[in-house]
Design a binder for this molecule. Sequence first.
Ligand SMILES: Nc1ncnc2c1ncn2[C@@H]1O[C@H](COP(=O)(O)OP(=O)(O)O)[C@@H](O)[C@H]1O
Ligand SMILES: [Mg+2]
Length: 251
Amino acid sequence: MTVMAVETEGLEVRLGRHVALEGIGFRLPENGFLAILGPNGAGKSTLIKVLLGLQTPHAGSVRVFGHPAGRGPTREVGYIPQIKTLDRQFPALPLELVVSGIRGSWPWRIRREEREQAMEALTIAGMDRKLGTPLGQLSGGELQRVYLARSFVRRPRLLLLDEPATGMDALGEADMYRLLEGYRSHHKATIIMITHDWDVARHHSSHVLLLNRRQIGFGEAQEVLVGEALRQAYGHVGHAHPMTVQDSSRD
Ligand SMILES: Nc1ncnc2c1ncn2[C@@H]1O[C@H](COP(=O)(O)OP(=O)(O)O)[C@@H](O)[C@H]1O
Ligand SMILES: [Mg+2]
């Protein structure tokens, strides 16, 4: 039987009086690569928070590897946030950032086995050649690779990435997808990524979730990213008329 990485049903999330998500229901099998697409304010980041167990849904259910979100083994899920600001003067080194991912706190002294684990992750991420460069002096793409190494180090079964390509050049982006693909196939991992890039969704994902507060489509990219659905998702950008979206999108 196929193991489900994520199962949601009738999911609804309210933030204050704002309905951030409603009618979300999809099943993503283990080893899948889900691209989440939708305009700004569609609730994409909110959905990631729900999967992490950081945001409690108002209604519906969400399971991650069979456990209620946030209640499974924490090592199973790795998260790479949307905005990574880093003080250019910050004197820390890549190894320290990666070890902080093993510990969950900043390492003042690094133990030998931690160093070995972190080195392995940095090597996979192609950053073993920049060990001596302070984080503040790395390019955006290089810093992103260190964050990827930080998430790989615990060998999560599920990786959640919120717009990971932001601030990267095209080459860095292509490298990152290669890296994610390598990690996914090697560890049978599942990847969920928010992206604004339809081509990325078409080329790298096994599944696409198209959102605009409600679920507009879920399935393979060529089924979901079609004219009418895209119009429903993006046709109302900048307009706060969820009811219009709802009414016009019945099958
Ligand atoms: N605490 C809150 N109270 C009310 N609305 C919120 C709150 N937090 C976020 N929102 C709104 O919820 C919507 C969904 O946000 P988000 O999930 O970040 O969207 P996305 O990642 O798709 O751009 C946005 O319109 C945002 O302004
Ligand atoms: Mg967001």
